[in-house]
Design a protein around this ligand. Structure first.
Ligand SMILES: *Cc1c(COP(=O)(O)O)cnc(C)c1O
Length: 684
């Protein structure tokens, strides 16, 4: 705080804080910016850099009260502690020369940087935050989409419409790195054209994330990193080559020599070609040796059993782009194409099989998803038994400090073992903290969406996620009469908050949104079901801190992990979920609810949906409602609070990114690093 005495010096202190995405996990930081201009801050999607750019030094000078300075000092103290050099990694005495390059097509760090669409990106963002906290030597590589993922509105017919506002780089804490690596991409006639990359550095505590885009003078206008997952197949491939091949070139120009390459999903998998080219051209290895070498030091995480999530490209499109690169790797074209096949008869080139064949260390993201993935990719190792298919699992986690409510964080403190401390809290303390988050959510719904009828005493159910078909957002609405009875019950009513985006090309998903909203309109208890537009990280945070029950109804086994339920669990918001993804290993009757539909193996989708819907209503009626509405003399739901306490104490630490990152280090990175450090001839 030393030196802050006027608007200008306050500005430089605040700019310093805003320049590091650690503002996303230090709750007081957000309050610091919020206090400057609450309404404008919300309008700016809580972007502190944008807010500062709109305030003059005089404006800032007027905010300079003793209380504000004290608040600022607390944040600065917290930041200094966060940047100190006592870290888990240092204590662990890992190898000095380990460096992990972590590649992902999306990163969800904060609402203000909209380069994520859902769970995959939020996981990657949370993971960088954990790497910073643990002091892990890791560098992130991603793409900077100028329009990112869309902002959602509903039109007067309740149909989703998408907006793609252009991100103004001068209003984000991005630092342009002076370099311009080149990647050759095929234009629409199949001719290779050099494309120059712009590289932005993003600070995430101790970790740097480098984002690539192509908005440079002289670049062809088709070479776009415009929207996330936008454009046709050709554009998608271009983006993935920019990420993968371009990403490796960025690392080299930065002078970085990662010993481990971690592919977060298959989008970046073609980076293996660039690494292979280096080994062959620059180190004189044979194609075979080079492949072995890069396999040994690669970690690949597969994230979904849904076919659309496992990308396949037309080999001809691929040939236009990478034929030359493949040749320089010393690989015959046909031998390369085989690396992307599951069955030899298939015609497409799959990024997941390619990534699996070029990574010695592969993992799925929950125990159940591990079993499903081994089954799914068994065709790559036909000589092995299914349980010996080399795909292990590391269950996802969430960055707790990003997602925990301020009230709960205060009660639990920030030293370990934080979450276990929930067992020492009195039921009143826990309930009061929870009610504060709930009130904040209801106030938000009232002021921003104009719905004022929600009642803090009513059991509030949250359902928010991408409207992908397998997530079955409509399951709760499948028996309208039964749901209407629950909503309108005079003794034990419920209210439901729904949010989520459908992929722009997914008309079925948009139909479901429309169905949910129309349903809410038709009901007598209409204002008891509310759809909240534009689901993103800030809204997610409000929801997982403010509802009572977090509902999750995927069609098993398609939810690889799911992470929003973890965010809810650590806040004492109880999960009520199909036993899929993480919940299959997390659930116990002491900390939440299971929806166990009784469909047989081999049941049709319709039969499965019917069985699961019946089970869902039964759990709500027979377990959830009685536990929530049973009150003691003091009006406290003791049974419910006991479940909340176990949810926080038991699930909070188990499903955090610190546990997850430590598992990646011990089980995947260190073996890969050891491989990479051996002389080439001994790698096998
Ligand atoms: C956590 C999160 C997700 C992922 O939630 P799932 O449970 O995996 O569906 C998606 N979107 C946002 C904005 C999130 O914060």
């Amino acid at each position: 705080m030393a030196g802050v005495h006027d608007g200008a010096s306050l500005r430089s202190a605040l700019v310093e804080i805003a320049s590091d995405f650690s503002f996303t996990w230090i709750a007081e930081t957000r309050l610091l910016f919020n206090a400057l201009a609450p309404r404008r801050f919300a309008e700016l999607h809580h972007n502190p850099t944008a807010l500062l750019s709109e305030l003059t030094d005089d404006d800032l000078g007027r905010r300079l009260t003793p209380e504000y300075l004290e608040q600022l000092a607390r944040v600065q103290g917290r930041l200094a502690r966060d940047r100190g050099d006592e870290t888990w990694w240092r204590e662990r005495h890992g190898p000095d020369d380990l460096l992990v390059a972590y590649f992902s097509a999306e990163f969800g760090l904060d609402e203000s940087l909209p380069i994520y669409s859902g769970g995959l990106g939020v996981l990657a963002g949370d993971y960088l935050k954990a790497a910073s906290e643990l002091g892990l030597p890791l560098v992130g590589i991603g793409l900077f989409y100028r329009r990112g993922y869309f902002r959602q509105r509903l039109d007067e017919k309740d149909r989703q419409i998408e907006h793609y506002p252009l991100t103004d780089t001068s209003r984000l804490p991005l630092e342009l790195v002076p370099m311009a690596p080149v990647v050759e991409l095929a234009d629409d006639n199949g001719e290779l054209v050099p494309v120059r990359l712009a590289v932005w550095r993003v600070r995430v505590g101790r970790v740097s994330l480098y984002l690539i885009d192509t908005y440079l003078e002289g670049n062809p206008d088709w070479a776009v990193t415009d929207t996330l997952y936008g454009g046709d197949r050709a554009n998608r491939l271009r983006q993935e080559l920019l990420l993968g091949v371009g990403g490796v070139r960025v690392l080299r120009q930065l002078g970085l020599e990662p010993t481990v390459f971690h592919l977060n999903e298959g989008h970046s998998a073609l980076l293996q070609l660039e690494r292979m080219r280096e080994l062959v051209e620059e180190q004189g290895l044979s194609a075979e040796e080079a492949l072995e070498r890069l396999r040994a030091s690669t970690v690949f995480t597969t994230h979904t059993p849904v076919p659309a999530g496992n990308e396949v490209f037309d080999p001809e499109l691929l040939r236009q782009n990478v034929e030359g690169l493949v040749e320089r790797c010393g690989l015959a074209w046909d031998d390369f194409v085989v690396l992307g096949k599951v069955e030899s008869s298939e015609s497409g080139f799959g990024l997941t099989p390619f990534a699996l064949r070029t990574s010695e260390h592969a993992n799925a993201v929950s125990e159940l998803h591990g079993a499903v993935s081994r089954e799914m990719w068994h065709g790559l190792w036909p000589e092995r038994r299914v349980d010996q298919v080399p795909i292990t699992s590391v269950t996802n986690g969430v960055h707790q400090r990003t997602w925990i409510s301020g009230e709960l964080e205060q009660l639990l403190g920030d030293t370990e073992p934080r979450f276990e401390r929930a067992r020492d809290l009195s039921p009143e303390q826990l309930w009061i903290a929870h009610r504060a988050g709930k009130q904040r959510l209801l106030d938000f719904v009232a002021t921003t969406r104009g719905v004022r009828e929600l009642d803090p005493d009513v059991l509030t159910i949250g359902f928010a996620r991408r409207f992908a078909t397998y997530k079955r957002a409509s399951l709760l609405f499948s028996d309208p009469a039964r749901l209407a009875a629950l909503l309108a019950d005079s003794d034990r009513p419920i209210q439901v908050l729904v949010a989520g985006k459908a992929h722009p090309a997914d008309d079925d998903g948009k139909d479901v949104i429309q169905l949910v909203v129309d349903f809410a309109r038709d009901l007598a208890a209409a204002s008891r079901v509310v759809f909240l537009e534009d689901y993103e990280m800030t809204l997610a945070r409000r929801l997982v801190q403010g509802v009572d029950l977090w509902l999750n109804t995927p069609r098993r086994p398609f939810e690889a992990s799911g992470t929003s339920g973890m965010k809810a669990a650590l806040n004492g918001v109880l999960n009520c979920s199909i036993l899929d993804g993480w919940w299959a290993e997390a659930y116990s009757p002491a900390c939440g609810f299971a929806i166990e539909g009784a469909a047989d193996d081999g049941a049709s989708e319709t039969e499965q949906d019917e069985a699961d819907a019946a089970a869902l209503y039964a759990v709500l009626e027979e377990q959830v409602l009685p536990a929530y509405y049973e009150r003691d003399e003091a009006g406290l739901p003791q049974r419910w609070i006991a479940l909340m306490r176990e949810s926080i104490a038991e699930l909070g630490p188990r499903f955090g990114t610190a546990r997850m990152a430590a598992e990646y280090v011990e089980r995947l990175y260190l073996p890969a690093h050891e491989n990479a450090s051996r002389p080439a001839s001994r790698v096998a």
